[in-house]
Structure formats: C-alpha cells, structure tokens
Design a protein. Structure first.
Length: 95
C-alpha cells in the first residue's frame, strides 16, 4: 500500500531542495513541542544540506538549550535569510 501523502512529501522535498534558504519559525515563548519541532526540521534540513535559520522571537528557553545545533537563531526578522518559510506549532495565525 502506497503512502497517501507520498506525492505531497515529494513536492515539499522539491520545494526545499530548490530553495535558496529556509526560515524555520515558531511562536513566542516557545514550549518543548515548538522547539522540538523546529529543531527536528533543522536536523532534517541539515541532513539535506539545505541552508536554513531559525526565527525564535523569544529565543530558546534555558531548559531546552540542549537541543541546539549549528543553525543560526534570530530573534528579529531583519537578519533572516531565505525564500521559504516553515512555521510550526502556531495555534492561530496572529500568534
């Protein structure tokens, strides 16, 4: 049985491989699942050798710094570089 999402995953992979850089973002005052999701994607992009950075407006909580990798982390949008954005763990758009 074929994965019903295989076509969508293939499209996403093509988009990411063709990007100039990916910005991974999550909400302010991030909790463990937000930071975990951002860093899981960061490790996947590193494995694909895709340039990326993280947008964490409130930084990384002290109790979760052990999850950090080599991806640059920015708290303001001025330094962000990329033409694709993946936003995770937002409960609603204004967040």
């Amino acid at each position: 049985m074929q994965n019903p999402h295989a076509e969508n995953f293939a499209k996403l992979l093509n988009l990411l491989q063709g990007s100039q850089g990916v910005i991974l973002a999550t909400h302010g005052k991030p909790d463990g699942d937000a930071i975990g999701a951002v860093y899981a994607l960061s490790y996947a992009l590193a494995h694909l050798a895709r340039p990326h950075c993280l947008y964490l407006p409130d930084g990384i909580p002290e109790d979760l710094v052990f999850l950090q990798n080599d991806a640059p982390v920015y708290a303001t949008h001025e330094a962000l570089a990329g033409n694709a954005v993946i936003a995770v763990d937002y409960g609603d758009f204004p967040r």
